[in-house]
Design a protein around this ligand. Structure first.
Ligand code: ZN
Length: 287
């Protein structure tokens, strides 16, 4: 291949009467593209290594503070969240509100709402250390934030009572509070957040409350737009999944318009056909 290339090149040079500097440029051009090919395979190799590398999670965080739930950090291109060793935060299977943008209230819902009764025990989802216990009259009410050994933080809000203190080590399944209706809340429920380096990610990507299980042994977070390898091919991570809870009167068309996507893509994402019936309360992926 190299031989053909250079022969072709020689022919090209012979056919055109290029000056010395132009020849140099062409030769440099070839060298540059070969270097780039090598660099690409190096980058792929590094990406593969990173994928399998388990980050010592507590060290990912620059500091330990007993305040500031959400903050912005540089998220890695990808991060594998180990979900083994989980315990469901509540035995309730009833989701009352999903994660994401709420058009009606024009604000983002950073977590998942799960129906619990006042006094129901709330458990730590993984092993970790309690970072924040606080009270927000107009917000979370009584709430607890735990930093876990697997690299994420979880938040439990609207509690009637907190059972842990800041800087306390907890085990997965250890009671950390009691369900309630404190703060900005209508009706007792648990507001549950899963946070990676300050950024909220949809808890439903990790926890399946309906089936009282996790979604797998691990979940790989990919920063939208970042590259990764799947089946030997380089892929670009798409936007984070977005869901819509069907309300009465909703049609696929109306939902598509609301989220600025096509009806076809909604049907495809949810394995539906144009004649499928959607029901209020149903959760549809829209992105
Ligand atoms: Zn909530």
């Amino acid at each position: 291949m190299k031989y053909i290339k250079s022969t072709l090149f020689a022919a090209l040079l012979a056919a055109t009467s290029l000056g010395a500097s132009a020849q140099d440029m062409l030769v440099e051009g070839v060298l540059a593209s070969e270097t780039m090919e090598r660099a690409d395979s190096m980058a792929l190799h590094t990406m593969l290594l990173n994928e399998s590398y388990v980050v010592p999670s507590m060290d990912m965080y620059p500091k330990w503070e007993n305040s500031g739930v959400h903050y912005t950090t540089n998220l890695p291109d990808s991060f594998r969240i180990d979900l083994t060793g989980f315990v469901m935060p509540t035995t309730s299977r009833k989701i009352t509100d999903i994660f994401g943008y709420r058009p009606r209230r024009r604000r983002v819902h950073n977590g998942l709402d799960i129906k619990v009764e006042r006094g129901d025990t709330i458990y730590a989802a993984f092993d970790g250390k309690v970072r924040i216990t606080a009270y927000q009259r107009r917000g979370y009410g009584h709430y607890v934030v735990i930093r876990h050994n697997n690299g994420i933080e979880t938040l439990y809000a609207h509690l009637s009572k907190k059972l842990v203190i800041e800087n306390q080590n907890v085990k997965a399944g250890e009671p950390i509070g009691l369900g309630g209706n404190t703060g900005r809340s209508t009706g007792s429920h648990l507001h549950f957040e899963t946070i990676l380096l300050g950024k909220c990610i949809d808890p439903a990507l990790l926890f399946d409350f309906k089936n009282q299980n996790v979604t797998g042994d691990s979940y790989v977070y990919r920063r939208p737009g970042s590259k990764y390898i799947e089946n030997g091919k380089v892929k670009v991570a798409g936007p984070e999944p977005k869901y819509h809870k069907v309300k009465s009167g909703d049609t696929i068309g109306r939902i598509a318009k609301k989220h600025g996507v096509s009806q076809r893509s909604i049907l495809k994402l949810n394995g539906l056909t144009a004649s499928s019936i959607i029901r209020p309360g149903q959760r549809l992926r829209v992105q």
